[in-house]
Ligand binder design. Sequence first.
Ligand SMILES: CC(C)(COP(=O)(O)OP(=O)(O)OC[C@H]1O[C@@H](n2cnc3c(N)ncnc32)[C@H](O)[C@@H]1OP(=O)(O)O)[C@@H](O)C(=O)NCCC(=O)NCCS
Length: 322
Amino acid sequence: MSRLQVRSLTAADIPDAAILLARRHRAHRRDQPLLSPVYAEPDATATVLAEALAQPDASGALAVRGTDVVGFLLGAPKAAPSWGPNVWVEAAGQAVTYAEDIRDLYAFAAERWVAEGRTAHYVLAPASDTELVRSWFRLGFGHQHCHGLRALPTPDEVRAPRVVIRRAERADIPLLAELDLVLAQHQSLVPTFSAARVPELAETLKSWEDDFDDTDFATFVAEHEGRVVGSAIGCSLAKSGAHTTLARPDNAGFLGFAAVFPQARGLGVGRALGEAVGLWSAESGFSSYVTDWRVTNLLSSRAWPALGFAESFTRLHRLVGY
Ligand SMILES: CC(C)(COP(=O)(O)OP(=O)(O)OC[C@H]1O[C@@H](n2cnc3c(N)ncnc32)[C@H](O)[C@@H]1OP(=O)(O)O)[C@@H](O)C(=O)NCCC(=O)NCCS
């Protein structure tokens, strides 16, 4: 095999990178056929790569063996402070012919990222590409987050709920606002340690008062012994900023939020809420059903796979310098 040469990724490299990315996506769809067929074609991947490379402070690397382009890596920072001084390699940000070469691509690209002070690195990789994920592990990355995807449930397939599930009413707003805090507080605790800010109750109350009638979102509550103990929200996946380009199946429904008060967990409330959003997605004409979770969240990382969500993308994370 010819010696590997690595250099900066430029706009002129997009056609070659797009061919590699479309090939990666075709292999990924063999494991996850619900992923969009659109990105199996280099024309579509070239468009998303051009957009990604045009982002502020985007940069990356290209790998060549002889005359063959065998890989690329592309990252860009996000403005949100909870990710730290960051660079993200999004769903369209990498493809390699040989998984091992991602380590050389990272070695090249990360020199600039760290020199710019961006030491918190996030990478979305196809979950089925275990060789690629293992190469990232050998760069000091760990598994942080899962994107989950499943076919829509049918009414016959879901279990009869052991709690009452109904659409939320305005009178539920005080408990819906509390349940928003339940999720944020849970994620801030051991072992997830999310840096996302836990809002004040007054803020979540106001946002429910303002947005309750937004018909783009379907809110369900679960009642146990006459009291609301949990809630979940369904919407189009197009509303999510976390599932973009190759990680956005066409016309998918999204379980965007779910929380159960601590005293009511483990009773099947989360299952009943998740399945209600799944059935709503089917009734609303969506074609598949998506959610995501922190793998360090001991509750959601067990609940959502139990509901049949299979991992489509693996988010990896490394903090450089320690
Ligand atoms: C995640 C959450 C909504 C799940 O709700 P829940 O009412 O606790 O979940 P359920 O009792 O319905 O359990 C769901 C499934 O997880 C499984 N599960 C729960 N704990 C488990 C464990 N330790 N090991 C294996 N499976 C487990 C259950 O067995 C169940 O599957 P089953 O119905 O096939 O038996 C709830 O725990 C919660 O509010 N957590 C805090 C906030 C949060 O994490 N929200 C989700 C953000 S992505």
